[in-house]
Ligand binder design. Structure first.
Ligand SMILES: [Zn+2]
Length: 285
């Protein structure tokens, strides 16, 4: 059963592509086993007893009374990637998404919080050797700054350029993309908010309905250990100082409020509330 949350009239469903324990040193080098084991509240949900981090790659489907929005589209199948475990993947993600009641044709909006490898993959899928939009009836919403930044990158067919070419350009060429501002409102209940630093145009997603509120993080935070240590920037943060400032600002704004924080890479239970913990923060689940 997929995890779901209800925010007023809005329902959010988590559809998992990959889960992992350990192996995240490449992402958060300061989160050593010793350091993580010292943050007691991370176990058992977000770390194991040995201090290895638990993480998840999942999509979050946001259902409002008027539309269905899929937030971030994971890694995808068949794609050639630099990280061996993520290259030429074959998962049942699309079948799982459909089994939850979200057939690809039924999606109204695809929202990418940013254009990294694990957030754009299922934008397209391989059909007869051609990268084809997975969600043919959707408008794909991509931040204008984010799009322009990645379109301007040139690394001759390696890494980031390859990701743009197989997972972003095909939906752009199909005329399915709307470039939006970092504070774009999608509908009455759902809007974007800028959380810059991880990438130049990174956004998070605010859901508000009937007096209730939730925030989908995207990657301004990768793991709850960064609430205890907002200065633990990810190696893939474009501007580590800016991402740290964003984490401090967001946690201070969220701490002690009823806003449900739904993490884009948080292992189950994936959502909770931010509270102050000394001069840092903790996720209460
Ligand atoms: Zn990510």
């Amino acid at each position: 059963m997929a995890l779901t949350w209800t925010i007023g009239d809005v329902r959010v469903t988590r559809v998992v592509e990959l889960e992992a324990i350990g192996g995240s040193r490449f992402l958060l080098p300061q989160a050593t086993r010793e350091a993580v084991a010292g943050i007691r509240w991370l176990a058992p949900h977000f770390a194991d007893a040995e201090g290895r981090l638990k993480m998840s790659i999942h999509a979050l489907v946001v259902q409002t009374p008027s539309r269905r929005i899929i937030v971030d589209t994971c890694i995808g199948n068949d794609k050639q990637r630099e990280m061996p475990p993520w290259s030429h993947m074959q998962t049942r993600f699309l079948e799982d998404l459909t089994a939850e009641g979200f057939a690809p044709e039924s999606i109204d909006n695809v929202l990418c919080t940013h254009l990294h490898v694990d957030h754009v993959g299922w934008n397209t899928r391989l059909v007869d050797g051609v990268w084809t939009p997975t969600f043919p009836n959707a408008r794909y919403l991509i931040g204008r700054d984010e799009f322009e930044y990645w379109r301007g990158q040139t690394d001759e067919g390696q890494g980031e350029t390859m990701i743009f070419e197989d997972s972003v350009r095909p939906v752009w060429d199909a005329g399915l993309v709307d470039l939006v501002g970092t504070d774009h409102r999608i509908c009455d209940e759902v809007r974007l908010t800028p959380t810059l630093g991880h990438t130049p145009g990174h956004v998070s997603v605010v859901i508000e309905s009937k007096g209730e509120r939730a925030l989908i993080t995207g990657d301004f935070i990768h793991h709850p250990c960064q609430m205890a240590h907002p200065e633990w920037a990810a190696t893939v943060d474009y501007d580590p100082q800016a991402s740290t400032a964003t984490r401090r600002r967001m946690f201070a704004e969220l701490a002690g409020t009823p806003t449900l924080v739904i993490g884009t890479h948080f292992a189950a239970p994936t959502a909770g509330h931010v509270v102050w913990d000394g001069d840092a923060f903790r996720l209460q689940v």
